[in-house]
Design a protein around this ligand. Structure first.
Ligand code: TXA
Ligand code: MG
Length: 328
């Protein structure tokens, strides 16, 4: 049975680090979503992590470290990678880079690729845990594979309670969307997953546009799958999602955005608004918890109002499209 522990409780970080060091699984907050951590250098711990999530082992993990110096020990940084790391770390950015031959991360964690995804999270609890452990930590979102990512400790326990050793509770995560994943391989910079760092911020730091995902292979040799985790159906609640709804149908719940009501709003089974003010940052922070809350047994479908595509709207619309995709 997983223990829940307030991250601010005396000794909580030390206990979490002790569990990780002995091969256990600890869920912890990052600024994006809660991650399920394991010692990245311990292959047995990484295997337990895949099993706990029910994750296909071809889907590689993000390695988290406390600072850029530790990231440089794992991966090769070109000039673009240095620019992005200097601009946005610590923060909601993951870089996919060529893996160093001497990289101590278990091969299982990178699923046999010759690239590695690395990130320096900004959340003070994640920072404290990484500092205390002094080793890289692999951490996928702390949900069962295919489910909506957790933005609270309760979400983590709803999915994984008897499969992990500890969850460090520090309240809701501030960003609410997973990190933006950017590959810096050769001369190309590609956005593999839109996320908590808007595309425009990345392009401003680089001084040029980033390549569309579909043009960029992930492996340095171009052979491996492009973005192994980007399965069409992902982030899925049980209820069906109906996107760009312009009216509410009988039995539907409503995921609203902005100040206006849809026609038929009064007959909705339940309504939650991502942001009544139409603020995309607030909408991102609310997205996954609202999807979970609307996903009730008595709800026929979730009608989703249109969300603009600019800024964090790119990632919000990406997650909504995946949540709406037919299940396999
Ligand atoms: O915000 C986040 O990124 C959260 C927090 C916990 O850090 N983590 C997260 O991890 O979202 P996860 O495992 O749910 O998503 C990792 C994504 C997957 O789509 C995976 O395929 C991709 O990163 N990935 C990992 N290594 C890769 C690589 N070498 N090349 C391309 N994609 C990679
Ligand atoms: Mg995930």
């Amino acid at each position: 049975m997983a223990q829940r522990c307030s991250a601010s409780e005396h000794g909580a970080i030390e206990e979490a680090a002790r569990i990780l060091a002995s091969g256990g699984l600890v869920a912890f907050p990052t600024e994006t979503v809660y991650g399920l951590g394991a010692d990245a250098t311990n292959a047995a711990a990484v295997a337990r992590l895949y099993a706990a999530k029910g994750r296909p082992s071809f889907n590689p993990l993000i390695t988290h470290v406390g600072a850029i110096a530790a990231a440089r020990a794992l991966a090769l940084f070109n000039a673009d990678a240095e620019t992005l790391a200097a601009a946005f770390w610590p923060g909601p950015l993951t870089l996919v880079l060529p893996k160093r031959d001497t990289c101590p991360v278990a091969a299982l964690a990178t699923a046999g690729l010759d690239t590695i995804a690395v990130r320096v999270p900004a959340h003070p609890v994640a920072q404290a845990l990484l500092a205390r452990l002094g080793k890289p930590v692999v951490a996928p979102s702390a949900n069962r594979s295919g489910h909506v990512s957790p933005t609270t400790a309760n979400h983590v326990l709803a999915d994984l309670s008897n499969r992990i050793d500890l969850v460090l509770d520090a309240g809701p995560t501030p960003v609410g969307l997973e990190s933006s994943i950017v590959a810096c391989l050769g001369d190309t910079v590609a956005l593999l997953r839109p996320g908590g760092l808007p595309r425009a911020a990345i392009e401003r730091a680089l001084g040029r546009a980033v390549t569309a995902t579909s043009e960029m292979p992930v492996a340095a040799d171009g052979a491996a799958p492009r973005a192994p985790g980007m399965l069409a159906s992902h982030y899925a609640p049980r209820a069906r999602l109906r996107l760009d709804a312009d009216a509410v149908r009988p039995g539907e719940a409503v995921l609203a955005f902005g100040p206006n009501d849809l026609p038929g709003a009064e007959r909705a089974a339940m309504t939650l608004n991502l942001s009544a003010a139409g603020d995309l940052v607030e909408a991102a922070a609310n997205l996954f918890s609202h999807l979970r809350a609307l996903d009730r047994a008595d709800v026929v479908a979730i009608a989703v109002m249109p969300v603009p595509h600019e800024g964090l709207g790119e990632a919000i619309n990406d997650r909504l499209a995946r949540a709406a995709a037919p299940r396999t």
